[in-house]
Design a protein around this ligand. Sequence first.
Ligand code: ADP
Length: 522
Amino acid sequence: MDEISADFNFLFNNLNKISYILKDSTHFGSVNKKMADFCALDVSELEDKSISVILDQEKIPAVKKFNQEIFQKGLRKNVEMEIEINNEQKIVKVDTIPHYNSESEVDYLLCLAEDITAEIEKERKFYRNKKRYSSIFKKAPLAFVVSDRETNIIDWNDKAEEIFGWKKEEVINKNFNIIVEEDSYFEITELVEAVFEGKESYNINKNVAKDGSKLFCEWNTALIKDRNNKIVEIISIAQDITEKIDTKKRIESQKEELKYSELRTQFFANISHELKTPLNLIFSSLQLLEYKLKNTLSADQNQFNKYLASIRNNGFRLLRLVNNLIDITKIDVNTFQLHRGNFDIIRLVEAVADSTKDYLKTKNRNFRFESEVDSQIIACDPFNIERVILNLISNAVKFTAAGDEILLRIVKKEDNIIISLRDTGIGIKKKNQNIIFEQFRQVDQNFNKKREGSGIGLSLVKSIVEMHGGQITLDSIYGIYSRFNVNLPIVKLGEADVESENYSADSLLNKVELEFSDLNHI
Ligand code: ADP
């Protein structure tokens, strides 16, 4: 102890640590300036004095025992202790190093101490906060996943359980990858590295729940470090944004679909113009030719008439196809409009029946029209109702043979008018009874080869009936009969809603010719 050299003193006083020597278990030897400053005393007030100068009486026995043990066993030891300096509680970490003399006895202890009050306080505050926030953590509306440096999960809250489907006990100590889609593992590793470097903390990830369902989550990641800047925990906060992303995708595809339908409608509008212009020219040239021919005496008149009739009929067929195509396209994109008014549905159907009677007679079909009701005003679009009835009659002719019966009948049932068309034709198999109302569907393509048609008629009829608030049904026994029932609700429009007031059956004959143009080949 006495041989402490000048060099040692120099070193000792300039050490950047609180340093002091204990010459026995309760007495200081030399004390450096830092130690004196820490104790808010002069070096002289500490040197060679009892430790009671700075320690409370009740603390002394424990300190004494600790020091004695080092004197006896000669083993270096670290300890953290609390002392009160000027009414302030301080925490110091003391490294106590035994010194051996030439007889290998411990003759004094060198103590190097560090004031860790601030760090300890920080840590305590963190744990206090952690405790305070743990209940919020548990019930938070966002998923919290706490993992260690190796990204093994050490905690997660109720929301995480709800989103990912795993119970907390099931994921503890499992790697974070348990909730990551396999093809995103690489991204996650990169992200964690970026977070470690203090770079990124936000990302959107493809995740997977316990039941294998895929989801998109928005992640925010924060690191919790200890006082030595070592990462202790990684806290990742997630929000399930699958629905948001799905909605976004849906809106995008709807926009795409809308754009496409606009293009389609535009295309059909253009093409209908392109198709109709030459057709109109054909029809007007035809009229002229017919007129001229009437006033000419020609031996070939019959021959000419036959060809002209064929041109006329085929022109109508094309026109009908174009009209129907345009209309189903309009229906598909919701731009088809009815022009409804209050009309007598019985008169309307009767007029259609009258206009087709002669034609059906020439085709040798036994056609009858019956109505239980004399008159019934309902809200309807007369031109489209005509189309519905003509379409059904035209089909009835198409799928019957000479001698078959076709019965058009109207009954009133509660608040509905039921218009039914029954034929004793080939009938429709059960399995086909629904599909014939779909677009472009025809039963048995081969069988129908000799019957012309595009498979649009009934789908258009169904749409028109439904736009009137009605339904179309079918009952049929294959080989025996088919009956189509058009059910229209008895409702009337208020004055403000009427869009069509005038209707006359005058142009019906042309329409019959148009709607029946497919039949002239049968
Ligand atoms: P198409 O223009 O081919 O007649 P529709 O949509 O009007 O198209 O009819 C679809 C299919 O329904 C027809 O091809 C036919 O197979 C069947 N069909 C329609 N009406 C009858 C009927 N009265 N009797 C038997 N089959 C019918």
